[in-house]
Design a protein. Structure first.
Length: 294
């Protein structure tokens, strides 16, 4: 599946040598650039998808300087010590180049959802949002060189070759690890943690299924099935359990009337609270409270 990167820039002082060389793989686009630089070159870049900017080679006494804003203090991008940068989606990046005659670099853009589906592994959302600027890793650089050579190859090999290299590079950069085996169709650990926390924080009001599905990034039907596979109960049952836990805490720590406890635990009224409590706990709230306190 061809993935078109969405990127805008305002640059000056660059002259592309040999034209853009680009390869598409499933959810990944890789660009190989050879550019000659004027006495000053640089500009501003922002992409709507996450990307990697890998400096393969440069000629001249200077070094490209990477900055997160026009007035920020920059840091040098060196092909030996700091050639790799991971830039999250929608993050601004500024580049100043003085004293450099030419640059060869690799840009890899990817669609995180497509990569996640292909790997059948979850990508930590926080890791996707955190930039990793100006670092070095020999394994990643070896993969980058192989990808660049394949892009430049006038007789490219089977797509699986370049695709495999690119996927391996992303797995390494994002530290995507194989998750613990879980029940078929169950939520990933981060999804389960996020949605149960959301329910705990909002259990006093009516929570729509659509809200819970959005928290996990799934469709409503997929979420319902996966939540039950993970917990053994439906989402509304989990919410009821959260309300009961809130009610039990109030019963143990306060002497408020049951009508107040029912309201503060999110139940419609005293009768509803008593009925649900007896169904799950086997006794009425007042009896449970007396037994616990004795």
């Amino acid at each position: 599946m061809s993935f078109q990167p969405r990127m805008s820039n305002q640059i000056e002082g660059f002259s592309v040598v040999g034209g853009l060389r680009r390869r598409y793989w499933n959810g990944i686009t890789a660009d190989l650039w050879d550019v000659e630089c004027a006495s000053y070159a640089g500009g501003h870049y922002v992409a709507q998808d996450p990307r990697l900017f890998i400096l393969l080679d440069h000629r001249g006494e200077g070094r490209p300087t990477v900055k997160v804003s026009p007035k920020a203090g920059g840091a040098q991008k060196d092909r030996r010590e700091s050639p790799i940068s991971y830039i999250p989606a929608d993050m601004d990046l500024w580049l100043d180049i003085n004293g450099v005659q030419s640059i060869r670099h690799l840009d890899i853009h990817f669609d995180a959802d497509t990569v996640r589906r292909r790997l059948q592994e979850e990508i930590d959302p926080q890791r996707l949002k955190e930039p990793q600027l100006l670092f070095s890793d020999p394994r990643i650089m070896s993969l980058a060189e192989l990808i660049a050579a394949e892009i430049a190859n006038p007789e490219p090999l089977h797509d699986l070759y370049g695709d495999g290299l690119a996927i391996a590079l992303l797995v390494d950069v994002l530290k995507i690890v194989k998750s613990e085996q879980r029940k078929r169709g169950a939520l990933a650990p981060w999804q389960l943690k996020r949605v149960t926390q959301f329910i705990e924080e909002n259990c006093l009001r009516g929570i729509r299924l659509q809200e819970l599905a959005q928290v996990t990034g799934l469709s409503q039907s997929h979420f319902s099935h996966s939540f039950k596979a993970s917990t053994g109960m439906a989402p509304h049952e989990w919410q009821m359990k959260a309300r009961l836990n809130r009610a039990k805490q109030l019963l143990l720590t306060s002497d408020e009337p049951l009508t107040v406890v029912a309201a503060e635990a999110g139940f419609a009224d005293h009768a509803h609270f008593t009925r649900v409590f007896r169904k799950h706990m086997g006794v009425a709230p007042s009896q449970w409270k007396k037994a616990q306190r004795s």
